[in-house]
Design a protein around this ligand. Structure first.
Ligand code: FES
Length: 151
């Protein structure tokens, strides 16, 4: 993805991606203030920064749960019966649909395309961690572990 200001300038593009990552770590998501600050520091238009942020699924421009559960619905995961089964299971277990966040603010459920783990599908990413060869039992373990950090 190249916007007008970063086209042909890989160094600036790299700085932008890094700055967005750091801002998201700091704020939890890319707030308006964070985007404006990054744009100002790098001398870019706010619209260009938003354009870049919206292109990559790594970046979030809305408040999310503490843990973002990204279930892969790519072809390999779909073919092993993972995507639908896992999303249905997570949805029932957490009481949310894809795109929603639990009331306690802990979990957001999302569907994403290939997580580059097709050989070990079905796969799910939780924030920066990738989980492979998933079963509902493994999903239960993951949720239990994550909840355990917040009791
Ligand atoms: S299709 Fe799910 S990891 Fe590639």
């Amino acid at each position: 993805m190249q916007t007008g200001m970063t086209r042909g300038d890989p160094a600036k593009r790299s700085m932008l991606l890094t700055a967005l990552y750091i801002a998201q770590e700091q704020y939890g998501y890319l707030t308006q203030e964070a985007v404006e600050r990054v744009a100002s520091r790098l001398g870019l238009a706010v619209a260009d920064v938003y354009s870049m942020a919206s292109f990559y699924s790594l970046y979030r421009t809305e408040a999310m749960g503490r843990y973002v559960l990204q279930v892969c619905e790519g072809l390999s995961c779909h073919l092993v019966g993972g995507a639908d089964r896992l999303v249905d299971y997570l949805g029932k277990k957490l009481g949310i649909k894809p795109g929603e966040t639990t009331k306690d603010g802990l979990f957001t459920l999302e569907m994403v395309q290939c997580l580059a783990s097709c050989g070990t599908s079905p796969a799910m990413r939780v924030n920066d961690a990738l989980y492979e060869n998933l079963t509902v039992e493994k999903v239960d373990e993951i949720l239990e572990t994550l909840r355990g950090y917040h009791v």
